[in-house]
Design a protein around this ligand. Structure first.
Ligand SMILES: [Fe+2]
Length: 351
């Protein structure tokens, strides 16, 4: 393949994300190729949820940003930060700065916010010696995999999230909200249907209920879309869980999740949903220059542990409002019924 007119050929291999091998070309030609085939890429994303492009001439953050700009039309911000990231400029970030031995469970970026990125673009600048894939999970399939009674419980009530922001564990509120001003945090929480309190020891606690399932605004596909398993205490390593609960108290863990009516989720429920994710997850080893485009509504992403140097960058774009995704449960500040309720718009197919 040598011309920019060559259309992407999607290759589906069991266990791997759908992949296209990009014709060999310079960055300018690659940008033109991506623009020329934007519609095919969009259709591919609607169908497959994530696309791996192999062979792009992406060697630097600047190269990556130039490719990103052909894929997304509007940058999306990273709200209510949950993990440490480095900012390399041009709205390009490290995928995460968490230690290499730590794996990251699948999640849809910013599922707990009222607006989230519609598209994520990942790029490989340095491939690790071993491991370090960014697995992707089809959350349409996850929802189908969850037994109906369990899925229905979350459809009806949504999921609850309690966050405690601290210096010693997780992120400080200053980092998470990007401000030193308590009044600005209060205003953000008010506007974003999140209950907040300043605890006696000075730390911030927030409580919010969010929908657990939504529909893709363009395709209408219903998906499992939340951080419920990701941040549940039963997802912690048992030793870590015990130490944290002892040191901080169960109510002061940095993250805690429940059903949206405030009732706890059992260890068995978490194991069931975890298995539903596993069954819908595919992975590919990174090579320098690889770019993966992810529809953040159809597809969750995670990270596998690795050895060696690794520089995977990410950019977020094309923000989507929760209101346009037919949430099955209304967003609430806190868990109690009757607190401020967000008006939910009707799902509009084709909008
Ligand atoms: Fe993420």
């Amino acid at each position: 393949m040598s011309t920019t007119s060559t259309a992407p050929q999607w290759i589906a291999t069991p266990g791997k994300p759908v992949t296209a091998h990009v014709p060999e070309m310079c960055l300018g030609q690659a940008r033109a190729w991506l623009v020329d085939h934007r519609d095919e890429i969009r259709r591919g994303l609607d169908e497959h949820g994530a696309l791996y492009l192999r062979g792009l001439p992406v060697r630097s953050v600047e190269d990556f940003a130039a490719v990103r700009d052909t894929v997304v039309t509007e940058a999306a911000s990273y709200k209510e930060k949950a993990t440490p990231r480095s900012h390399f400029g041009s709205d390009v970030f490290s995928s995460t700065d968490l230690p290499p031995q730590q794996s990251i469970r699948p999640h849809n970026e910013n599922s707990y916010a009222l607006e989230f990125p519609g598209v994520l673009v990942f790029g490989c600048l340095i491939a690790p010696d071993e491991g370090g894939a960014t697995p992707v999970t089809d959350v349409r399939k996850v929802l189908r995999n969850i037994p109906a009674p369990l899925a229905d419980r979350f459809r009806e009530h949504g999921w609850g999230l309690v966050r405690n922001y601290g210096e010693h564990l997780g992120l400080s509120w200053q980092t998470a909200f990007g401000t030193e001003d308590r009044a600005a945090v209060a205003e953000y929480c008010r506007r974003n249907l999140t209950a907040h309190e300043w605890c006696a020891d000075g730390h911030l606690r927030t409580v919010q209920r969010r929908t657990a399932t939504i529909r893709h605004p363009r395709t209408g596909a219903e998906v499992w879309f939340n951080h419920m398993v990701f941040w549940n205490e039963w997802s912690l390593d048992p030793d870590v869980r015990e130490v944290l609960a002892e040191d901080f108290g169960a109510e002061n863990l940095p993250f805690g999740t429940s059903c949206g009516d405030g009732t706890p989720v059992t260890r068995e429920d978490i194991a069931t949903i975890d298995a539903a994710y596993r069954d819908a997850t595919v992975r590919e080893s990174w090579r320098p220059g690889d770019v993966m485009i992810v529809d953040n509504i159809l597809t969750a992403h995670g990270r596998e542990p690795y050895r060696g140097s690794r520089k995977i960058v990410v950019a977020m774009g094309d923000p989507v409002s929760l209101d346009d995704c037919a949430p099955s449960a209304a967003a609430l500040a806190g868990f109690a019924a009757g607190v401020k309720r967000r008006r939910t718009s009707r799902w509009r197919r084709g909008s």
